[in-house]
Design a protein around this ligand. Structure first.
Ligand code: SF4
Length: 301
């Protein structure tokens, strides 16, 4: 049952907040945390819209009821600490976070119970919590990531309509890096025939370097599942007439849609990263941001 809490924010019942990861292979995360369900950021390619995740009315954000109390009890009961990830399936810095402050409260608990955190967002609102991330980094690993798929603000407004434009995301990364936080970019998806140019990739790496970003993890292509594909194609038809037909011809009904330029882009990307000393292999990223925090790194290796 969904209860209406206010004019703008809906809530949804919740039993648990932390989900244990079976492996720590994805950015060294031990747990996943979602305080909200759904996302109103409107990225046209969003994978979380897929049927398989069974999120009704995905574009409506709902806060999980009593999520802070549930999280506190779960953290209190854990025998071992670990790294908590937030930002998959729902952006923790959606527009409601400004007033609801659930992510901020969760970070306070993560700090109090000596856990680490990795966060991924497309919102500049994250800079509000810089001091909290710094506090957590005093005892546990912290990694602050932004997803950036294009350097072109006009394009980002079209394909990611309700989030901070790419330039604002770079500004946020710069502020976090300057504050001494370890920052990264998830460079994914790279939309075939739209974003998969050498210029776009090299410019993202160059700007990342300028902003003090230490890691970039890329995927040169995208994934498409049935209803996510339908949504994406509908949006493509509105923004880039004829483009969805190009996808149909090239990929048919494939789930994995790798850019035809992926090989070349990888070479260019890796060269640029090496030039700037930016890490881009997952094991190196994890080892680097977890270094110096007891035996975490050793257990990963
Ligand atoms: S911010 Fe993330 S979860 Fe939200 S719509 Fe965009 S891709 Fe999906």
């Amino acid at each position: 049952m969904i209860l209406k809490r206010s004019e703008s924010m809906l809530t949804i019942p919740a039993k648990t907040i932390l989900q244990k990861n079976r492996s720590s292979g994805w950015f060294g995360n031990d747990y996943n945390m979602n305080l909200y369900k759904g996302c109103c950021h409107g990225c046209i390619y969003c994978d979380s819209r897929s049927d398989c995740y069974r999120i009704d009315d995905f574009d409506t954000v709902r806060a999980k009821e009593n999520c802070i109390e549930i999280l506190r009890d779960e953290l209190r009961q854990k025998v071992k600490t670990g790294v908590i990830a937030t930002g998959a399936m729902s952006d923790p810095y959606n527009p409601f976070e400004k007033s609801e402050r659930l992510t901020e409260k969760a970070l306070m608990l993560i700090d109090a119970y000596n856990f680490g955190v990795t966060v991924i967002t497309k919102s500049g609102l994250i800079v509000r919590d810089i001091d909290l991330y710094r506090q957590i980094a005093e005892h546990s690993p912290v990694l602050c990531k932004m997803t950036v798929t294009t350097c072109d603000d006009k394009l980002s407004r079209l394909i990611e309509p309700n989030v901070s434009a790419s330039s604002e995301r770079f500004n946020a990364l710069e502020k976090m890096s300057e504050a001494g936080l370890k920052t990264g970019i998830t460079l994914m998806p790279v939309l075939p025939f739209i974003e998969d140019t050498e210029e776009n990739i090299t410019e993202i790496v160059r700007k990342a370097h300028e902003c003090g970003v230490r890691y970039i993890y890329p995927a040169f292509g995208m994934t498409l599942r049935q209803n996510q594909r339908d949504y994406y194609f509908k949006k493509l038809d509105a923004i880039f007439p004829g483009m969805s037909d190009k996808y149909r011809r090239y990929y048919g009904g494939s789930y994995e849609c790798v850019s035809p330029s992926a090989k070349r882009l990888w070479t260019v990307f890796a060269e640029k990263c090496e030039q700037y000393g930016i890490l881009y292999r997952m094991n190196e990223i994890i080892a680097d941001y977890q270094r110096g925090y007891g035996d975490r790194q050793l257990s990963f290796l």
